[in-house]
Design a protein around this ligand. Structure first.
Ligand code: ATP
Ligand code: MG
Length: 437
């Protein structure tokens, strides 16, 4: 026998019935995004490597070691392109917005869903292909939009039945303020250089802010005693931060200020935030985001402010499971029992009419040997979870009818056995079924 093929490490199949949970979540997101007037954007999975190097920053985990990058095949002139499978989608959105000049008539609110790729060590809540849902508001400068995005995420948690989360916020100020903070931060860290781990020492001068969000417990004391960004914020940055807090407070959204919250990516300024839970072990951040007012310009676009977040779909679904939220799995409304192959042409027409009328019907499929015994067909009908069995028996079909048997749910008196329905009115029977539901 040929050797079995398997999926790539850290990349998962999403199978039924679990995939129904994904669809359920995606439906909720689409509906909610619509209510906040965010529109869907879909950018390619492959982009030029340079997009991420410039967009995310050279001294980041992602660009340093997590990207799936490759040289494309050369064209006739021997020229080839360096491509990367997107590790996140903000850079792609900014590229698309700039390339198509989407901000020419004002701000844009956008959302996306899809797979991202990072070569990390696979573990619970951390995969090499994972999925993000993200929302980006481009062209808006005020804290009102930062708040809108956070309220949108909070509304999503509510719709998903999630309450075991907390919101952490921080402000990274503006570049000039950050530069001052950075100088004092480096001085502080240098003073305690003996306590820094290897990665921190390497990042001391290239990306010291990132050291604050270390996961190394041995460095806890050093980072906790480090100078805090908040003390370097000027009046405008403080006003922005206070504006955000006032809106959150007015909406009853509890927040805590986390001075060490800097986010993994380089491009943030002013507001940064994360939704965190303690129920998923080490991978407790379900959603993170912030303002990135300088990214669009840095990527060659006309300067425009922007803010956004991305949530990890796997982690959110894991949390839904942890909380025991029931997600209804799909079952067909009806199962079509077809005793003999001779009934196929007529039965198929009736099924088409039913499905057109919005009824979901699972057809019993035959084989070269025939259709299978009535007993086995009924067993399958029961197993499908359908409420009704439709029996396309030869005698009924000749009388222009189909037998309907109620398998579960409320049974009317007549339905203890089975009820005959005229075939040509099967769609109106279906309509009645819909209106009961
Ligand atoms: P972490 O600190 O957990 O590595 P991050 O800062 O790298 O997260 P972002 O780049 O902000 O994460 O991505 C937003 C969200 O996407 C995260 O909060 C998380 O929920 C999810 N996420 C990020 N990386 C992965 C991954 N490898 N597998 C599954 N989900 C992920
Ligand atoms: Mg990461």
């Amino acid at each position: 026998m040929a050797e079995k093929l398997t999926a790539v490490k850290g990349m998962n199949d999403i199978l039924p019935p679990d995939s129904a949970r994904w669809e359920w979540l995606e439906d909720k997101v689409r509906s909610l995004m619509g209510r906040y007037a965010y529109r869907n954007i879909r950018t390619p999975i492959l982009e030029h490597t340079q997009l991420f190097v410039r967009g995310i920053g050279e001294v980041t985990d992602i660009v340093e070691k997590e990207m799936y990058s490759f040289d494309d095949r050369a064209d006739k002139d021997g020229k080839f392109e360096q491509l990367t499978m997107r590790p996140e989608n903000t850079a792609g959105v900014v590229r698309a917005v700039t390339e198509h000049n989407l901000l020419y008539e004002g701000g844009k609110r956008l959302y996306y869903m899809g797979p991202m790729f990072r070569r990390e060590r696979p573990q619970r809540g951390r995969y090499r292909q994972f999925h993000q849902i993200g929302a980006e508001a481009l062209g808006f400068a005020g804290p009102d939009v930062d708040a809108e995005l956070i309220l949108l995420a909070a509304a999503l948690w509510k719709e998903l039945g999630l309450n075991d989360w907390r919101l952490e916020i921080n402000s990274l100020g503006q570049p000039a303020e950050r530069a001052q903070h950075r100088a004092e931060l480096i001085a502080h860290l240098e003073k305690h250089a003996d306590l820094l781990d290897e990665e921190a020492r390497r990042r001391l001068h290239s990306n010291p802010l990132r050291i604050l969000d270390t996961k190394n417990p041995a460095m806890k004391a050093v980072v906790e005693s480090a100078p805090q960004m908040l003390d370097f914020l000027g009046p405008e940055s403080l006003a922005h931060f206070d504006g955000l807090k006032a809106i959150l407070d007015a909406n009853g959204i509890a927040w805590t200020q986390n001075h060490r919250l800097v986010r993994g990516l380089d491009y943030y300024n002013l507001t940064v935030f994360e939704f965190v839970t303690d129920r998923l072990g080490a991978q407790g951040t379900i959603c993170g985001g912030g303002r990135y007012d300088y990214l669009i310009e840095q990527m060659g676009g006309k300067p425009a402010p922007a803010v956004g977040w991305a949530l990890g779909v796997e982690r959110v679904l894991d949390l839904i499971k942890e909380q025991g939220t029931a997600v209804e799995l799909p079952v067909p409304d009806a199962y079509a029992i077809i005793p003999e192959a001779a009934a196929w042409p007529v039965a198929s027409r009736a099924l088409q009419a039913l499905r057109a009328a919005g009824v979901s019907v699972q057809m019993h499929a035959g084989s070269a040997d025939g259709m299978g015994s009535m007993k086995s067909q009924f067993k399958k009908a029961d197993g499908s979870g359908a409420r009704f069995a439709l029996i396309f028996g030869q005698a009924e079909l000749e009388a222009g009818q189909v037998a309907v048997k109620t398998l579960r749910g409320e049974k009317s008196d007549a339905a203890q056995g089975q009820v005959l329905q005229p075939l040509d009115a099967i769609a109106s029977w279906a309509q009645g079924l819909r209106s009961q539901a």
